[in-house]
Write a protein that binds this ligand. Structure first.
Ligand code: SOE
Length: 381
């Protein structure tokens, strides 16, 4: 049968870790989800000439070494930004001005000023039917989407506590080189923006409440590291870890911890929420499980129950394998792209929007301001 669905051309900028994982999602989304549009992997952009090989390997038809050539193409309708944070604003603004829908990796930008400009441009573009979304992929873990559904259905009652942690250990070794993620100019901040942004978004997404103020500490434990190309050492200009207390709009008290120094923890993104009627708990290192405690049950029966979020009725899970066969990190990106394509096809504003990304950016800025002022309580504007 002829496929009469419209085809949208996609241009991806960047082909390091994020570009590779997004490529895999673009490759697989149409095979597992019934979509109202087809996505064509049109062009990959990267600064090095090796982008041609990368494009061939990852499934992109064309390759360019300047992202401007990607944005200028008539056969590109969606621009997916997987470049480091210092490039997000310029690329997104150019793409929106050219009428392209934009999917941008997190955190939205390196500064609040950039994020404000991007959110304003996104709102203007939306009035012309041009849509944009930030890539907070962990919203699309089935167990996390289920957690949000349970909270929204009132199963937790009034939210009292939010405990969010994102623990990694990839730079515990002081000889780990000074990569771009440790450079403030390129990355904006350290563990705070890279992984703290995820737990801010996840806590707000699951509870439906926003962070209203923070009191924070940040630390850089290893202040100099070997330069990647050899030839000495250079300064680390970002935080290695950030911890902060927060209040949420619904009255909950929250604690957040983002660190790259939790030796033994690889990608432990954890969230626990306690409410008047129940609690839930999630750890990405066991991403298919959601732990749910129903406090309305008789105490003799109550307790945390493990829900394996792989039933056909669980968010996203029905598109994949039989129950219990498990999903992984890469699926979260396939789900993200599926939701983005649905939104574009149906002209529905996707979430999280650039305005949501700006709000997370404001929390990040408040954390840095508080930490610089002896943990002074800092409201989110
Ligand atoms: C590196 O710390 C990183 O790859 C983040 O940039 C991602 O957003 C996170 O998903 C995994 O860790």
């Amino acid at each position: 049968m002829t496929d009469i669905r419209p085809t949208l051309g996609v241009g991806l900028v960047g082909y390091a870790f994020m570009g590779r994982v997004h490529s895999q999602a673009w490759r697989s989304v149409g095979a597992f989800f019934d979509l109202p549009v087809r996505a064509s992997m049109t062009v990959l952009a990267g600064r090095s000439p090796s982008v041609a090989d990368a494009a061939a390997g990852l499934g992109w038809t064309h390759a360019v070494t300047d992202w401007r050539d990607l944005v200028a193409r008539d056969d590109v309708h969606i621009v997916d930004i997987c470049a480091p944070g210092d490039a997000h604003a310029e690329i997104a603004l150019a793409a929106l001005a050219a009428g392209k829908h934009v999917l941008c990796e997190k955190p939205l930008a390196n500064t609040v000023a950039e994020a404000e400009e991007m959110a304003a441009a996104a709102e203007k573009a939306a009035a012309r039917g041009v849509l944009s979304m930030v890539g907070f992929n962990y919203r699309r873990v089935p167990a996390v989407a289920l957690a949000r559904d349970l909270v929204a259905a009132g199963r937790l009652g009034a939210i009292r506590h939010v405990r969010a942690q994102y623990l990694q250990d990839w730079i515990v070794d002081p000889e780990h080189p000074l990569v771009w993620r440790l450079d403030r100019e390129r990355a904006g901040s350290g563990a705070l923006g890279d992984i703290g942004a995820h737990i801010i978004d996840m806590a707000q997404f699951v509870t439906g409440e926003a962070v209203t103020g923070v009191s924070a500490l940040t630390e850089t434990f290893v202040r100099e590291r070997p330069l990647p190309g050899g030839g000495g050492r250079g300064p680390v200009t970002v935080d290695d870890a950030a911890v902060f207390l927060a209040r949420m709009t619904g009255g909950a008290l929250a604690t957040f911890e983002a660190t790259r120094f939790a030796s033994g923890r690889k990608n432990a993104l954890r969230l626990e929420v306690n409410g008047s009627l129940g609690s839930l708990s999630f750890d990405f290192e066991s991403l298919n499980d959601l732990w749910f405690h129903d406090h309305t049950l008789p105490p003799e029966e109550a307790g945390f129950r493990r829900v394996i979020a792989t039933e056909a009725g669980h968010p996203y899970a029905g598109a994949w394998w039989p129950p219990g066969h498990g999903l992984g990190y890469e699926h979260t990106f396939t789900h993200e792209i599926r939701d983005f394509l649905e939104a574009v096809a149906t002209r529905t504003p996707p979430a999280p929007s650039f305005t949501d990304g700006l709000q997370v950016q404001r929390v990040l800025a408040a954390v840095e301001a508080s930490a610089a002022a002896d943990s002074h309580w800092t409201p989110i504007p």
